[in-house]
Write a protein that binds this ligand. Structure first.
Ligand code: MF3
Ligand code: CO
Ligand code: CO
Length: 288
């Protein structure tokens, strides 16, 4: 959060001094939620436009993957295509060598929650695959992911893929100035649990744009009116991971791949969003 002086006008526009308005709520949220420490970057107009360009390349890659991904293909082939396309368009794949991640994209199959590493695994009929793409274009990060059903998938898998997409959309609907990070997580958790699914706790959305992972953390569970207050020109991701069974995750020996503990299916969708003066602009959505 940018440091606002006590006597400055409250950024909520009430006309009151900050100390007589939202200061207390901000301080409380910082005390109760460890993730809410100062450090959220408020972006300039130029930075938002740079992040948008990067997000639009990410979006184009995710669009093209719907055509490219076929049963019989390996996740390595998906990786190589994304790598080449990214470089050919003047960008760099953020995952490559990020904290020793060895590939250019995350491919998370079936019971993999996130951070799956592309390899020789062959995609087969009935699989559900998440592909998570992050481009760095002119120094700006654009982060988004989608689900790719492989051939014909089960009714249970269809429902999970559909409900997890609704969770992302419902989370985005909570984004406007002076709502909180907790409002987003609460709405997502309500929706997932209403359908008998669970919300992964161990991974969150995040501030993004000038770095891959910035403050704040954006949990996909929680309570209304908690956590950092949303301010115009914050940019962050929302990326709910929803499990058909238990929410707990475990990390494999490759130190990246996170799977469900009970072998149940997991699905995820991600967008990068910009908090505008009046609401939200989804930077990684197809331009209309
Ligand atoms: N793109 C992921 C996210 O949404 C992060 C992947 S980190 C990597 O935050 F190293 F695995 F690429
Ligand atoms: Co992300
Ligand atoms: Co991502």
């Amino acid at each position: 959060m940018k440091n606002i002086s006590r006597n400055a006008p409250c950024p909520c526009g009430s006309g009151k001094k900050y100390k007589r308005c939202h200061l207390k709520q901000d301080q409380q949220s910082q005390r109760f939620q460890k993730s809410s420490r100062p450090g959220i970057i408020i972006k300039s107009k130029e930075q938002v436009e740079g992040i948008r360009k990067s997000c639009q390349l990410t979006c184009r890659i995710l669009d093209l993957l719907h055509e490219f991904i076929k049963p019989g293909m390996t996740t390595d082939q998906v990786n190589d295509w994304v790598h080449e396309y990214t470089i050919a368009h003047g960008a760099y794949p953020a995952p490559l060598n990020y904290r020793n991640f060895p590939k250019s994209v995350c491919t998370s199959l079936n019971d993999v929650i996130c951070h799956g590493i592309p390899d020789g695994t062959v995609l087969k009929d009935g699989d559900i695959l998440n592909v998570d793409v992050t481009c760095i274009l002119d120094g700006f990060y654009g982060d988004a992911n989608r689900m790719y059903p492989i051939g014909e998938i089960s009714e249970e898998a269809k429902k999970l893929v559909h409900v997890s997409k609704e969770c992302l959309d419902i989370g985005i609907q909570q984004v406007k100035p002076f709502n909180t990070i907790g409002d987003i997580g609460f709405a997502i958790q309500q929706h997932a649990e209403k359908h008998g699914f669970s919300v992964v706790r161990d991974f969150c959305g995040h501030g993004v744009g000038l770095e891959f992972h910035e403050d704040p953390q954006v949990p996909h569970y929680g309570n209304p009116k908690t956590g950092p207050v949303l301010m115009p020109n914050m940019v962050f991701t929302i990326e709910p991971m929803i499990n058909a069974g238990r929410y707990e995750s475990r990390i494999m020996s490759d130190r990246w791949t996170a799977k469900t503990v009970d072998g149940s299916l997991s699905a995820q969708w991600e967008h990068t969003v910009w908090v505008t003066e009046t609401g939200v602009d989804v930077l990684s959505a197809p331009a209309s």
